[in-house]
Design a protein around this ligand. Structure first.
Ligand code: HEM
Length: 119
């Protein structure tokens, strides 16, 4: 059996670096940075590490809200959703993640679009 996506992204350590870079990208991306001005970076990064880890084969337990509850009322649009996906792909590229893994992550992100955009 092939390694889980968790292992292929470098486990907890690799994912922590990727999540740090996603945060840097979001908070410097003019299309979405205003969304995160009131956020506590360490708390959001912890939740995202837990969420991805738990979803891709890691030992983490996710302690945050489900995606629909977390994003309801934000009225996020398609352009912002694409911007966030681009930020994630850039962070993966920066951390030398392969194309197959990038494709897998993008599919996972896209599968959540209905719980995040326009809710
Ligand atoms: C598939 C894509 C996305 C995933 C996997 C995702 C994941 C998450 C997670 C795990 C949380 C924490 C939930 C909690 O607080 O319990 C969160 C919160 C949040 N998300 Fe997303 N998100 C996505 C897309 C977006 C988009 C497109 C935007 C808008 C630009 C956005 C803006 C936010 C904001 C503003 C918060 C609250 C941060 C805070 O509590 O300070 N998200 N998201």
């Amino acid at each position: 059996m092939s390694d889980s996506l968790y292992v292929r992204l470098g486990g907890a350590e690799g994912i922590a670096k990727i999540v740090d870079d996603i945060w840097i990208n979001h908070t410097s991306n003019p299309k979405v940075k205003q969304r995160y001005t009131k956020s506590d970076p360490e708390n959001v990064k912890r939740l995202v590490r837990e969420f991805f880890g738990a979803g891709i084969g890691g030992p983490e337990t996710y302690t945050g809200q489900d995606m629909l509850t977390a994003h309801t009322g934000m009225n996020i649009n398609d352009e912002e959703f694409v911007a966030v996906c681009d930020d994630v792909l850039s962070a993966l590229a920066k951390n030398n993640v392969g194309q197959k893994e990038k494709d897998e992550v993008l599919c996972i992100l896209y599968s959540m679009k209905g719980d995040i955009v326009g809710v």
